[in-house]
Design a protein around this ligand. Sequence first.
Ligand code: DPM
Length: 358
Amino acid sequence: MSGNVSISQEENGKVSQVIRMGTRKSQLARIQTDSVAGRLKELYPDIHLEIVAMSTIGDKILDTALSKIGEKSLFTKELENALERNEVDIVVHSLKDLPTSLPPGFTIGAVLQRENPHDAVVLHPKNAGLTLDSLPEKSVIGTSSLRRAAQLKKRFPQLEFANIRGNLNTRLKKLDEKDDYAAIILAAAGLKRMGWESRISQILGPEDCMYAVGQGALAVEVRAQDKDILEMVSVLHHPDTVLRCISERAFLKQLEGGCSVPVAVHTEVKGSMLYLTGAVYSLDGADCLKDTMQTVVEIDNKVSESAQECVHVGVTANNVSSSALEAAEKLGMDLANALLNKGAKDILTTARKLNDAR
Ligand code: DPM
């Protein structure tokens, strides 16, 4: 399966590779794909990139809350089909939309440097100058994320929460042009990529709302057997981000959580230490289990010498220290096991049942 990259013959007789990049049609997906395309063009000036846009189930079912659709690979399936059929070679995703176990045959070949991973408050223009603390009582906050709602309900009990769906453009429109929401909560990273940073009125720190696993990082998905493409995209890996995200994904995987459970994280790399805080919540945030653990990650250690590929929670990073990758994955599993021992499974099972029933 390797080496199935198309070749184009240029006028000057030079032969160059054509790499096809699959993307969803939303503006955010296009911007994310274009930014990775730009990086690849800088690194490999001779390649030809072709962008193939498609719509996915997630884009088509715009009015159902994400957590209710129940399809973990909502935004990714059609794109993976195209990868499998060799119609495209590379797909760019928000890492947080990629399940912790990818279907066989696929791998994440690059995790790029993370943007601000925190959530942000975007206010209805009439509320300019206010914060979640100072908004009038019973103000309605729009979010369909169980994770955001659980944490914010507990922290700001005077506020009310309602679902809001659609891509970023749709949501901002629903906020600004109607009177349904006093504010909405979105990832700062998406807003920044769209050029809407000026709409951010407040960034939520970990005491208010911890972020989702992988939030703010872009991932490049490829065919696991396509060694040429894997090697080509591997230079895009940002080691700190890879280690943080592997620990976060291992945490979520061990908890058996998907995008439809209230699970949140916070990670930091300081020197050779990786810190992971992880939490699980009941839907109203009243029950919460949260803990922090750390491990040593020797980023500068030698990379794996074995020819055998090492995949950690779906990520292939042969150019990053294998002992550091292993330590990061173990950290996530250890933290999850610590919370499972304290009853995390019950909290998540109840949350899932209640969410399915409403
Ligand atoms: C996932 C969630 C949301 C997206 C759940 C969560 C938000 C859904 C909602 C797994 N994917 O975060 O708890 O608010 O109803 C998504 C966004 C981005 C990637 C938009 C956003 C952009 C940021 C990034 C949707 N996926 O969260 O504001 O690249 O991390």
